[in-house]
Design a protein around this ligand. Sequence first.
Ligand code: V47
Length: 370
Amino acid sequence: MAVLDRTDTLAPIREKVEAGERLDFEDGVALFESDDLLALGELADLARRVRGGDDRVFFVQNLNLYQTNVCRVKCKFCAFAKTQRQDGAYTLSADEFVENAVRQYEATRFTEIHCVNGESPHVDLDFYVEVLRKLREALPDVHLKFYTASEIHHMSTLSGLSHEEVLRELKDAGLGSLPGGGAEIFADRVRRLVAPGKEHPDEWFDVHDTAHRLGITTQCTMLYGHVETYEERIDHLLRLRAQQDASGGFLSFIPLAFHPENTVFERRGWRHTTGAEDLKTIAVSRLVLDNVPNLKAYWIMMGMPLAQVALHFGANDVQGTVVREEIFHAAGATTPTEQKLDELVRVVRDAGRVPVQRDTLYNELRRWAA
Ligand code: V47
């Protein structure tokens, strides 16, 4: 009986989860190898509750903005990046960026701007500092979640300053926290294949470690569904878990499903991840990454109906209103680019959970009845 066999594989892991014990590498791989999807979801939800999670599901009223899509790195999974001379390349001045943000603020009163960019070789550290300073002046109440660890490392290379010096300068200018991008998959084999021009994982970790020491909270991600194995996904999650044990400043984890359109992988026949793979990855992430409090089911990436189901697979956050999104849409996402607050509330409530609007640091701003 195949079903009984599968249940047996998960039984020792369930015992550990119930006892609040840590899962190890082998447990993680066994979870990924299980195809008992509903059991994985139930186990992940149990783990979330055993660790103090409740019925609240969070979202933030935010705005995604980009300063530049010009990028030196040429990651094979990316459809957003352009060279300076390519059609569609753009680099906004600080004033253009701030003007866009202020216009949008008048319409939606977001509490956060989320900004990630290409690594343009044609700018300097001031390009980044000036935007933050001008935004803080124009929108003093808005939290600025700006720049992945890869971008911080790039600024360090551009300026000759250490990660700590760059982060201090950005923080003085108004930086609130960091988004989680740039992590991709840490394993050397995969990084060499999909992002050979990207910084070494040690640099990515050093940026987050330094940020946490300076009191800057950050997010972390994993880009899955390309050339990585289950073992490499678990290795990735365990490296994040060890960093969180050491420095404690990751607020959330976001699994990012690879979108192949307009990338070299599309030409090689790669397809979007399946819904089952997305749910499994959410569940295993919740089970293995036991010390990061919040797990986002990013609706832009997986679509709203699946994000709703993911709330029963260990996720407790659906990210936010977003309004503009470029990275996943350049790579074939067919989701809308904006959700209204009312729609987020409806989706969370229909999943049987309590909708909570949060700020970037997970303080509750408003709670709706279930
Ligand atoms: O590092 C790029 C990913 C990341 C593709 O902190 C792709 O809340 C899938 O930082 N298919 C940048 N993924 C985006 C980022 C982010 C996204 C969502 C939430 C948060 C957060 C941060 O986007 C990159 C890479 O891993 N990415 N191209 C693609 N074709």
